[in-house]
Design a protein around this ligand. Structure first.
Ligand SMILES: *Cc1c(COP(=O)(O)O)cnc(C)c1O
Length: 453
């Protein structure tokens, strides 16, 4: 047995002894311990010393309406007084039914299968797609296509369709090879090529791949409009529209991973709506519960659902997780959907325009290039960033009261929708101040730091 911990150790020190933190090289914490958060209110988090910071990245993109949100909290409390959890095989409950109906009404996809986090939603969508083709007598259609730089989670199946070398490299032998096609990232557009030609070029690459491989391909998986983990690559909706047409033409499913971009983040409830596209599968998680509880869902069509509907048990989709459709999480999601009505989506877009003006000094900054925004996501790239930029910038911004985590050389804001002008101004000034510090103390431009989200 370990000895009891000396009382002198504070929470951050004890965290480093006992908690293996995600997406973190633990040794780096020798220089800066994790920040202990004791409470949250709206866009603000308060640390153990009573200092407040703006949660400008919505706690890894999950929080939509702020911390300590009254109606989401009340919904969870009310459900807790009824029943906290029951298994969803053989049993059902009102929150999961209401949520499935509400999501069907919003997306036109009428069947909802639940998981506990984003990666499990990716796994469910991939398995459903391949299993569908098997059920309809085409088992050879079991390969997947992803976009360059795509991120779909880090469990083994999800990592197989993720194209971020830092996350993949150590697990290569465990992963099933999937194909990667080019993405029309405006920043990578060859000189002399128009944006529309660049989109057409990438569409053509997808088409060429499908011409050869459609017979063995189950699905194309994409992050619609914004590849967040890749460094906020923004993709013209025309690409998605054309990709949908090609998938239909070549009899390949389209999986829309809306885990980060769904729930209004890009301005519409689903990002796909901006391309006028209905995918065969939509994955939602992150903002689904407003940042309160882990929950994910895969939504799909009647025709896919019916390919599993049979007297034969083995044709059914037998996938399960212990906490599938947890009633507390479903109640949080219902309360979140009630907040995220059409009026709120319009209000968000009006807010975003006002915030553009607040953030204008960043866009005008001589060292920030490729300013881009979609909905409530802002991003800028640092021109000639010094080595380890992301880490130094994050530390400098935190000192100034903003929780930011650049990805490589890309600074981004993805705040809760309720950010007000005061918090936005503080955020902007913290980013400008951090930029000044990091760019003056480190002089020689070098390869960027690893792009940890
Ligand atoms: C975060 C994310 C995932 C994985 O979700 P987890 O809950 O972290 O497993 C998958 N796809 C996208 C686009 C994401 O942003």
């Amino acid at each position: 047995m370990d000895k009891p911990l000396p009382a002198a150790l504070d929470i951050p020190a004890r965290s480093l002894r006992a908690v293996w933190h995600p997406c973190t090289q633990m040794k780096r914490h020798e220089q800066a311990p994790p920040l202990e958060i004791v409470s949250g209110e709206g866009v603000w988090l308060t640390d153990a010393k009573g200092r407040r910071v703006v949660d400008a990245i919505s706690s890894w993109w999950v929080n939509l309406f702020g911390h300590n949100q009254p109606s989401i909290k009340a919904a969870i409390r009310a459900q807790m007084d009824r029943v906290e959890h029951v298994m969803l095989a053989g049993l059902t409950h009102a929150p999961v039914v209401q949520l499935s109906e509400a999501l069907a009404a919003r997306t036109g996809l009428s069947h909802a299968h639940y998981g506990s986090d984003g990666s499990s939603a990716t796994e469910i969508a991939l398995k459903l797609s391949a299993h569908y083709w098997r059920n309809v007598g085409r088992p050879e259609k079991n390969r997947f296509i992803g976009l360059a730089g795509g991120y779909h989670g880090e469990t083994v199946g999800a990592l197989s369709v993720t194209d971020i070398p830092l996350f993949r490299a150590n697990y290569g032998p465990l992963l099933r090879v999937s194909a990667t096609v080019p993405v029309p990232d405006a920043r990578a557009r060859p000189t002399g090529m128009e944006q529309s030609q660049w989109v057409a070029h990438c569409v053509r690459a997808l088409e060429a791949h499908l011409e050869v491989h459609a017979h063995e391909t189950a699905a194309l998986i994409v992050e619609p409009l914004v590849q967040c983990a890749a460094g906020f690559v923004m993709i013209a909706p025309q690409y998605l529209t054309r990709a949908r047409e090609l998938c239909t033409h070549f009899d390949v499913h389209l999986v829309a991973d809306e885990i980060a971009v769904g729930m209004g983040r890009t301005g519409t409830f689903l990002a796909c709506e901006q391309a006028g596209v209905r995918p065969d599968f939509v994955c939602l998680s992150k903002g689904l519960t407003g940042g309160y509880l882990p929950l994910s869902v895969v939504l799909t069509t009647d025709s896919i659902y019916h390919a599993f509907y049979d007297d034969d048990v083995a044709l059914g989709f037998l996938h399960s997780h212990s906490y599938t459709g947890n009633p507390l999480a479903c109640s949080a999601a219902l309360a979140t959907l009630a907040l995220l009505n059409d009026a709120q989506l319009i209000a968000n877009s009006e807010r975003a325009t006002i915030l553009d003006a607040v953030f204008a000094p960043l866009t005008a900054h001589p060292r920030l290039i490729h300013a881009r925004r979609l909905g409530m996501i802002w991003a800028w790239d640092v021109d000639g960033a010094p080595a380890d930029f992301a880490r130094h910038f994050a530390a400098a911004a935190l000192k100034r009261g903003a929780l930011l985590r650049p990805i490589g050389n890309t600074i981004y804001f993805m705040p809760p929708y309720v950010i007000d002008d005061d918090a936005a101004t503080l955020l902007r000034d913290a980013a400008l101040g951090a930029l000044a510090t990091v760019l003056t103390t480190a002089t020689h431009p070098q390869a960027s730091s690893p792009p940890l989200p």
